[in-house]
Design a protein around this ligand. Structure first.
Ligand code: FMN
Length: 279
């Protein structure tokens, strides 16, 4: 399910310029005298008409207050006020007016909200997180995450994956110490999750495990949590410590927590270097 909110405007060019250049929206679709712009999962349509609709508020929301501050720096001359906390709604926000005199708000929620990321944003902005806040993850959020994980594909839909939640600080320290800097992020989070598969259930434990683990990293990002794939954890000593049968496969053990860093995306090769057509 998706949706578009349409507005009438007398000056489509000015509106397109404003929302694309100033706000950073992209053109999703052009239909005759209408344009539909996209920002994350928000689709806004503007159609050139004799009248303008300027009621309501268009609100863009961001992951953190620092994003709101960045938008404020870009839009300061247009801002009606400075960014501030609003205790009633638990948000951090400021307002501007668009060329049609519509009120436009930029905000961040100051508490966790239900998943909202659009698919492309989710896939493009997942990062390996290696620094975490101490904030405890509520069990309700954890279950939301595991509910999504049930939909990872597996060989013959055998659902061979198991998620072992590790919160014991002694065990976290043990795991973090196994591979020097490579495993160190484990102890910087309030918990870690081992993603394993049972070869008694699947003929393809590696594939099922790795897909489930990647699905987990995306689901975590969706609910606002950070992860980092820690490799080479499929070890005898790790299985002994966690009570995992030696025959089982551990795809990864990832730290899990609210991110305390926002790493830049590492460089990626262009798609035309990676894709080959065999026609
Ligand atoms: C199979 C695999 C093994 C990895 N092993 C480790 C690891 O042991 N420790 C670590 O800090 N990061 C590890 N990473 C994370 C990569 O360094 C990271 O994915 C890569 O630098 C790209 O950054 P991004 O995840 O932010 O896009 C691993 C990633 C994968 C896919």
């Amino acid at each position: 399910m998706a949706g578009i909110i349409f507005f009438r405007t007398k000056d489509l060019e000015a509106i397109k310029e404003f929302y694309r250049s100033r706000i950073g929206m992209t053109t999703w679709l052009v239909q005759s005298e209408c344009v539909i712009l996209k920002h994350g999962n928000l689709l806004l349509g503007f159609c050139e008409r004799e009248e303008t609709d300027s009621q309501g508020i268009i609100t863009f929301f961001y992951q953190g207050c620092e994003d709101v501050d960045e938008m404020y720096r870009k839009l300061q001359p247009l801002a009606i006020d400075e960014p501030k906390e609003n205790e009633t709604y638990g948000i951090y926000h400021f307002f501007i007016k668009d060329p049609d005199d519509r009120l436009v708000e930029f905000q961040a929620f100051l508490y966790p909200v239900d998943p909202y990321l659009a698919g492309d944003e989710l896939l493009l902005t997942r990062r390996s997180i290696r620094e975490f806040q101490d904030t405890v993850i509520p069990d309700e959020l954890l279950w939301k995450l595991f509910e999504i994980c049930r939909f990872a594909p597996t060989t013959r839909n055998c659902q061979s994956y198991r998620f072992i939640v590790i919160r014991d600080p002694k065990v976290l320290r043990f795991l973090a110490g196994l591979r020097g800097g490579s495993s160190a992020p484990i102890v910087r989070a309030p918990m870690a999750v081992a993603i394993c598969t049972d070869p008694g259930i699947t003929g393809r434990p590696v594939q099922d495990g790795c897909i489930a683990a990647y699905h987990f990293t995306l689901a975590a990002r969706l609910v606002g949590l950070g992860t980092c794939w820690i490799a080479a954890m499929n070890r005898v000593d790790v299985k002994e410590k966690l009570g995992i049968p030696q025959a089982h496969y551990i795809a990864t053990i990832t730290p899990l927590g609210y991110p305390a860093e926002r790493p830049q995306a590492p460089s990626r090769k262009p798609a035309n270097e990676l894709v080959h057509f065999f026609d």
